[in-house]
Design a binder for this molecule. Structure first.
Ligand SMILES: Nc1nc2c(ncn2[C@@H]2O[C@H](COP(=O)(O)OP(=O)(O)OP(=O)(O)O)[C@@H](O)[C@H]2O)c(=O)[nH]1
Ligand SMILES: [Mg+2]
Length: 257
């Protein structure tokens, strides 16, 4: 049992890489203890400290290979996989993509990504409600992404716990859909505070739901004044060009000083 969020992510997650017939169950032995004599706070510190060390290792790997790694976070059903499907197809000539899919159960999202022709690993967290850096490290070792690629990590749908776990990504992208209500940034501030980009999805549904674009941005800026916003509809395709432009900017090689 993980004391950090109460979920059971530290029991063996299952990692399946597309194109590989064997599933890979690994024991989760990376040294942290779950001593019952420790206080919850101490265990939480241990878990996050261990995670942060492994996240730094992942970050070093991404930097050495000049890979742009993005952690996509949102509540369930905001449209993370839909955004990825569109992106992988529309931008397939410009980028080499890799995807990790995090879900408690099933390979449904990985199957959708695989259908676009992209290499994908599904991580099933079981009772766990977030991905952690150790899971990403294992998936990276199986996937062996190429240099200069774009590596998407679709986290488990959850606006709370994934905010605490650095995976080694360069940037965190939070997705909110207009059907969720415009007050989510102040109710779940950690996720919006730790993200650099907020994608507001399902704008095609704006005529049917009480959602204020001004209010959601105002609330989000209260917790993160520098947060950027891109409004999109994965269904109609509206606004996706701005997202693709953002990706291009992020993958630009900085000019030599
Ligand atoms: N109307 C509308 N529906 C959308 C849009 N984007 C996604 N959906 C629908 O929203 C539902 C959830 O989309 P997913 O892409 O599976 O969402 P997700 O965030 O990956 O979900 P989890 O992985 O379960 O957290 C699906 O029925 C999509 O078809 C959109 O822009 N407009
Ligand atoms: Mg999904």
């Amino acid at each position: 049992m993980c004391a950090t969020c109460g979920c059971d992510s530290h029991s063996s997650p299952t990692i399946r890489v597309s194109g590989e017939s064997q599933s890979h169950d690994h024991s989760h032995d990376h040294g942290h203890s779950h001593s019952h004599t420790k206080t919850v706070v101490e265990v939480e510190k241990d878990v996050l400290h261990e995670n942060n060390l492994l996240a730094q290792r992942n970050r070093g790997y991404f930097e050495a290979k000049k890979i742009l790694a993005l952690n996509l976070v949102s509540s369930p059903g905001s449209g993370k996989t839909s955004l990825l499907e569109k992106t992988l197809i529309d931008c397939k000539d410009e980028f080499q993509f890799y995807v990790i899919e995090g879900d408690q159960q099933t390979t449904r999202d990985a199957d959708r990504i695989h259908a676009t022709g992209t290499k994908v690993a599904q991580i099933n967290t079981g009772k766990g409600c977030h991905l952690d850096a150790h899971m990403i490290l294992h998936a990276l070792q199986s996937m062996k992404p190429k240099e200069n690629s774009v590596f998407f990590i679709e986290n488990v749908g959850n606006l709370v716990c994934p905010a605490m776990f650095d995976l080694g990504e360069q940037e965190r992208v939070v997705i909110i859909s207009v059907t969720e209500g415009d007050d989510k940034p102040i109710k779940y501030p950690d996720m919006f505070h730790s993200s650099t980009l907020c994608i507001i999805n399902k704008t095609d549904l704006l005529p049917y739901v009480p959602f204020s674009m001004d209010k959601v941005k105002e609330y989000a800026r209260q917790v993160n004044p520098t947060l950027e916003f891109i409004e999109v509809s994965c269904t109609s395709g509206e606004g996706l060009d701005r997202w693709y432009q953002w990706l291009k900017e992020k993958t630009k090689v900085p000019a030599e000083a």
